[in-house]
Design a protein around this ligand. Structure first.
Ligand code: IMP
Length: 185
């Protein structure tokens, strides 16, 4: 795959560039600036990025921060192919100590919201002072839960997307832009 392509084909699915690498980089800078406004090195947040999808976004976002923070990558999974399975698996063993700390959860995309609806309530028992969510993408038409999302990059239509960490069956994560499926039939 060449990362500057305007369209990509994976199996029988055609994807078209939807958010360019430049547009994404600008948004990451805006989100980083907002977060810099809200936190300081005196009381820095623990940043928990949900894997696999958020690894590239988290890598770019955390390098915008002008406070010292701890970054933890946490594996969660709920997707197979293009369908959310609804069952969310969380690797609780990999969680850092959040007691009396601010926490930012970094997501690549909020689709049904099942992942966050399953994960966020488990944080209450961990003693975090505050929990905020930063997601690059949000599909408002797909969300099935009442979630408070403090930092949202782009609201996008309810179409499957790949690139910039997001995959189709493990493929397409390395694309620099975000691509939207052309026909989902
Ligand atoms: P949710 O639990 O339905 O909100 O979905 C959360 C996870 O599903 C995301 O972190 C992604 O990994 C994956 N996901 C949701 N929508 C898409 C998509 O359009 N493309 C690729 N992965 C997606």
């Amino acid at each position: 795959i060449i990362t500057t392509m305007k369209s990509v084909k994976l199996d029988e699915h055609q994807f078209q560039e939807y958010l360019s690498a430049e547009v994404i980089a600008d948004k990451v800078a805006v989100l980083g600036a907002k977060i810099n406004n809200d936190y300081t090195s005196n009381d820095p947040p623990i940043v928990i990025a949900l894997l696999n999808g958020a690894f590239i976004f988290a890598a770019d976002l955390c390098r915008q921060f002008d406070f010292e923070c701890q970054l933890q990558l946490l594996r969660v999974s709920s997707y197979k192919g293009m369908e959310s399975t609804g069952k969310v698996k969380i690797d609780h063993d990999a969680e850092p100590d959040m007691n009396n700390r601010h926490v930012i959860i970094v997501e690549d995309i909020v689709d049904t919201g099942n992942t966050l609806a399953a994960y966020l309530p488990t944080l209450k028992a961990k003693g975090a002072k505050s929990v905020k969510v930063c997601t690059l993408l949000l599909k408002p038409e797909a969300v099935q839960h009442d979630l408070e999302l403090e930092y949202v990059g782009f609201e996008i239509p309810n179409k499957f997307v790949i690139g910039y960490g997001l995959d189709y069956n493990g493929r397409g994560r390395n694309l620099g832009a975000i691509y939207s499926i052309v026909a989902n039939k």
